[in-house]
Design a protein around this ligand. Structure first.
Ligand SMILES: Cc1cc2nc3c(=O)[nH]c(=O)nc-3n(C[C@H](O)[C@H](O)[C@H](O)COP(=O)(O)OP(=O)(O)OC[C@H]3O[C@@H](n4cnc5c(N)ncnc54)[C@H](O)[C@@H]3O)c2cc1C
Length: 396
C-alpha cells in the first residue's frame, strides 16, 4: 500500500494544521458557551482567509470554483480540519454540503450548475439534504411519505422530513420525494432542488439532540413541505433516480467522515496524554504512572493508527475499483472507525475525571454529538451486514 504523502501535500497539511491550531481552536471556549450565531461573523472572516489560502471547497474541482484536490489528498486534509467542530465549516467542506456538492457536480444540468451548485461551492449559501422521515426507517428508505406530484410544469411537494442537518439558515434543499408511487420500490423516488426560503417550507423545530437544539449550521431540523412548488427543471438527474443518486453520494463521503473522526481521535489522545503527564496523584506520581491510563493511551494509539490505515486502504480501493466495487472496504471503515472514535473519546473523558464532563473542554461536546457517527450514513448493523453478506457470498 503506497500511503506516502508528496512534499506538496505535506506542505498543505502543515499549513492547514497551523491554521486550525492558531485560528479555529482558540474559538472553542466561545463555541462551547455561547449561541453559535454569535460566532458567525468570525466564521465568515475565517472562510475569507481560507479562500485566500486557495483551500475553500477543497474537494471540488477547479472548473466549478473549488480547490481541485483529489479525494485522497482531501482525506489527509480532513484529518487536520476535523480536529475542531467548526473546522470543516470554515473550509466549506461540512456535511451535508460536501456530499451535496459532489452529487450535484456529477448530475446537474448546465443551468442547475449555475443556479444551485456554484453558489454552494462559493459558500454564498449552505445546502441541506432532506431524505430521512420521522415515520419510516431511514436505514432502508424505500418507504417514504413525502411526495412530489406533477402539476403542469411544476412539482408540488408535501410531507415531513427530519434530521435535516443545517436546515436553520440554509439556502437550498435537496428533497428526496416519491414521484412514481407505482414504480418498483427503488425507482419510486426522485431528488428535487428547493431554493430556500420557499413558500410552504417550514422549519418545525431545531430538534434538541443530546440536550442541544443548536443554531444555524449546528442543527438537525424537522422540516415540513406544505404544497411547496418547484419547476420541473429543478429535478436532479432523472425521475425515479433518487435511490441511485443517494447511493452515489455516500462512497467518498464515508472516507471524509472517517478521516474527520481520526482527527478527533488524535486531538482527544493528545488531550489525554497532556492530562496524564500533568495531573498529580500525590507527591511523586502523575496519572500517566498508572497502568490503566497507560493502557488507554497505548490502545488508543494502536487503534487510531489501524483506523487510518484502514481508511486509506478503502480510499485506494475506491480509486482502483470504484465505490461500488469497494463496498466491503467502505462499510468496514464506517463501523470500525466510529467504534474507535467512541472508545477514544470515552477514555479521554475518563482520564480527565470530572473535568472531562465539563464544557470547559471539547471532549464532552464530541461525546454527545459524535454518538451519531454510529447511526448516520448507515447504522453499524447495516454496514456489518453488508460486509458479512458479501463474504458469505464468497467475495474476498
Ligand atoms: C447526527 C445525525 C445527522 C443526520 N443528518 C441527516 C441529514 O442531513 N439528512 C437526512 O436525510 N438524514 C440525516 N440523518 C438521519 C440518518 O440518515 C438516519 O438516522 C439513518 O439513516 C438511520 O435511520 P433511522 O434513524 O430512521 O433508524 P432506523 O432505520 O429506524 O434504524 C434503527 C436502528 O435499527 C437497527 N437496524 C436498522 N436496519 C438494520 C438492519 N438491516 N440490520 C440490523 N439492524 C438494523 C440499527 O441499530 C439502527 O440504528 C442524520 C442522523 C443523525 C444521527
Amino acid at each position: 500500500m503506497g500511503f506516502d504523502i508528496s512534499p506538496e501535500l505535506q506542505a498543505k497539511v502543515d499549513q492547514v494544521r497551523a491554521f486550525v491550531t492558531e485560528e479555529i481552536i482558540p474559538l472553542e471556549p466561545q463555541f462551547l458557551s455561547r449561541p453559535f450565531t454569535e460566532l458567525l461573523p468570525k466564521v465568515q472572516e475565517l472562510r475569507g482567509k481560507v479562500k485566500k489560502m486557495g483551500l475553500f471547497s477543497p474537494h471540488m474541482p477547479a472548473d466549478v470554483g473549488g480547490a481541485g484536490m483529489h479525494f485522497l489528498q482531501f482525506a489527509r486534509l480532513s484529518e487536520e480540519i476535523g480536529k475542531t467542530p467548526m473546522g470543516l465549516l470554515c473550509f466549506n467542506a461540512q456535511a451535508p454540503d460536501a456530499g451535496n456538492m459532489e452529487l450535484m457536480y456529477k448530475h446537474v444540468t448546465p443551468e442547475q450548475r449555475k443556479k444551485f451548485l456554484e453558489p454552494v461551492v462559493r459558500g454564498d449559501i449552505r445546502s441541506i439534504f432532506t431524505m430521512t422521515e420521522p415515520d419510516h426507517a431511514g436505514s432502508n428508505p424505500v418507504v417514504m411519505s413525502v411526495t412530489a406530484k406533477r402539476d403542469g410544469d411544476d412539482y408540488v411537494i408535501n410531507g415531513t422530513k427530519w434530521f435535516s442537518t443545517g436546515a436553520d439558515g440554509a439556502g437550498l434543499a435537496i428533497a428526496m420525494c416519491v414521484t412514481n408511487p407505482d414504480a418498483p420500490p427503488h425507482q419510486r423516488a426522485s431528488m428535487l432542488f428547493v431554493p430556500l426560503p420557499a413558500k410552504g417550507f417550514k422549519i418545525v423545530r431545531n430538534i434538541s439532540v443530546m440536550g442541544e437544539p443548536g443554531h444555524d449550521y449546528f442543527t438537525h431540523c424537522e422540516v415540513n413541505y406544505d404544497d411547496v412548488r418547484v419547476p420541473k427543471e429543478n429535478l436532479l438527474g432523472g425521475e425515479g433516480q433518487g435511490f441511485l443518486l443517494a447511493q452515489d453520494r455516500l462512497g467518498p463521503g464515508r472516507i471524509h467522515h472517517c478521516m474527520r473522526w481520526i482527527g478527533i481521535c488524535e486531538r482527544a489522545l493528545s488531550l489525554m496524554i497532556d492530562r496524564a503527564r500533568t495531573r498529580k496523584l500525590g507527591h511523586d506520581k502523575v496519572l500517566g504512572d498508572m497502568q490503566s491510563v497507560q493502557n488507554w493511551i497505548a490502545e488508543s494509539r494502536a487503534e487510531i493508527d489501524a483506523s487510518r490505515l484502514l481508511v486509506l486502504n478503502a480510499a485506494e480501493a475506491i480509486e482502483k475499483k470504484g465505490a461500488q466495487g469497494s463496498r466491503i472496504e467502505i462499510s468496514s471503515i464506517k463501523f470500525f472507525v466510529a467504534d474507535v472514535l467512541m472508545r477514544v473519546i470515552d477514555r479521554a473523558i475518563q482520564t480527565h475525571g470530572a473535568m472531562g464532563m465539563t464544557d470547559d473542554l471539547i471532549l464532552s461536546w464530541w461525546y454527545r454529538h459524535e454518538r451519531g457517527s454510529r447511526i448516520y450514513d448507515g447504522p453499524d448493523e447495516v454496514h456489518k451486514a453488508v460486509v458479512a453478506k458479501a463474504l458469505l457470498k464468497g467475495h474476498r
